[in-house]
Design a protein around this ligand. Sequence first.
Ligand code: SER
Length: 578
Amino acid sequence: MNLKDLYIDFFVSKGHKQIPSAPVVPENDPSVLFNTAGMQPLIPYLMGQHHPYGTRLVDYQKCIRTNDLDSIGDKTHHTFFEMLGNWSLGDYFKEESINYSFEFLTKVLNIPINKIAVTVFNGEDGIPKDIESANIWQSLGINKIAYLGKEDNFWIAGESGPCGPDTEIFYFRSDDEVPEIFDPKDDRWVEIWNNVFMQYYKDSNGIKELPKKNVDTGMGYERVTAILEGVNDNYLSSVWLDIIKKIESLSKYSYEENPESIRIIADHIRTAVFILGDEAGIKPSNTDQGYILRRLIRRAIRHAKKLEIESNDWEVIIANMVIDKYKKYYSELTKNKDVILEELTKEKNKFNKTLEKGLREFEKIIANVDKILNKDLAFKLYDTYGFPIELTEELAKEKNIKVDIDGFKEKFKIHQELSRTASSGKFKGGLAGDSDKEIKYHTATHLLNAALKIVVGKDVHQKGSNITSERMRFDFSCDHKLSDEEKQKVEDLVNFWINKKIDVNVQKMPKEEALKSGAECMFIEKYPEIVTVYSIGDVSKELCGGPHVKNTGELSKFKIIKEEASSAGIRRIKAILE
Ligand code: SER
């Protein structure tokens, strides 16, 4: 039986309700492009919001991590992976959590006790040593316990959020005799499960107790499957083997000859299938999730070329295998199968048109480069041949040459601004009616943000926004439901500014200067050194890529149609321009 089924069945038998995997693109968290851990979609509930399925939950969650793309190609890294997780939302705590993990590992997976070791939080920064967890492990007969500090045994996703000490469970992956003393640095011990005892919430003001104590656990499906099957290359476990064999058969090279390229193709196509199959409707593009998707597909194409794969529909063959393998667990893959296959092929054809020429151009360029490939040449490869900068970097690295990435980014930014100006010019000519409306909503978003700060309070901050030609949606931090009076005031204020016909000005300036001048922004680290600041008279000043209307008078009447909770501490307004 598959590990996923065993896991779900076990926790259901312990009173947990299975919840479906959330989409790979977070619905309410604009601070990350993809869900990177099983707990991410559950953050509002870990912070106290009532979950409709109750207080004991279990799931497998689609996760995507693209921060170390360079590691893909080795035996253990994947851009997409599944995380098995069980949660207690103010229900059980350490005792049951550890007992459940122990029972699942030793009774369901039949792992011998002497191959299990654990780490426990040693206490740091005023947070006490987790003696309770250690005692529970000992009572179960686990004596290989190491005590580690915050770096290893305190879990938090990023800088702020729900967090707490954790106990990590390790498995001895080796035929050697198991050492008496557990050394977590000995790489024959691999971490298989992480039980986080989430009892705190951390933000810039410090750390405080959560209203309820939760348990958040995470187990990497790919890794544990490989361990259970006794292979030390994840790509040789049942999760991957048939896909690897298929790529090998399409390729001129065997897995032994070029495991990296075969793994990269398998990994990247699988991730592309899950991104394209997700309900968020992401397509290859040059921004955000769409750009990651494009990079993954283009990198896979380049490695298919390296392997001299000649099949005309290799991407469809592999994608179909992925869909067949996972459709039992993710029905969206069947539902979106046509889109997945079409988009993959479309992107392949698009890139194939320029790849060959681009590679020839690259060879020509590189022959004359000494140590560093300059920004103009890197930009030419991007602009003319569709080479994502990371691909150019990878190709150059194979020749021991560096790329002027900072210079490239600067050039890229200027290019983006130019095309944006060009396209907003086009909008003015009335060629793109819908987008005209979107530009208006964009400006209305800034006005709404400013009005909320005046009516509700200075602490209101934008947490997300989404615009279509039909409406705008705006998420903001706020600890209460807006009263009718507040909503009315906000609406009136925005309409007042619209009627006042205020000019919208745009200015470029260094990021530091913009912040000093009090400009609003959502995620400062996301912006380049030189930023664009849009000001609407004295009403609003925000870092923003635009485009915006020239004068607020261009907007019609602003109307709030809904105000609701989005997640804990975050409200959502839907509004229209009538
Ligand atoms: N949040 C923890 C992790 O990602 C446990 O789920 O490891």
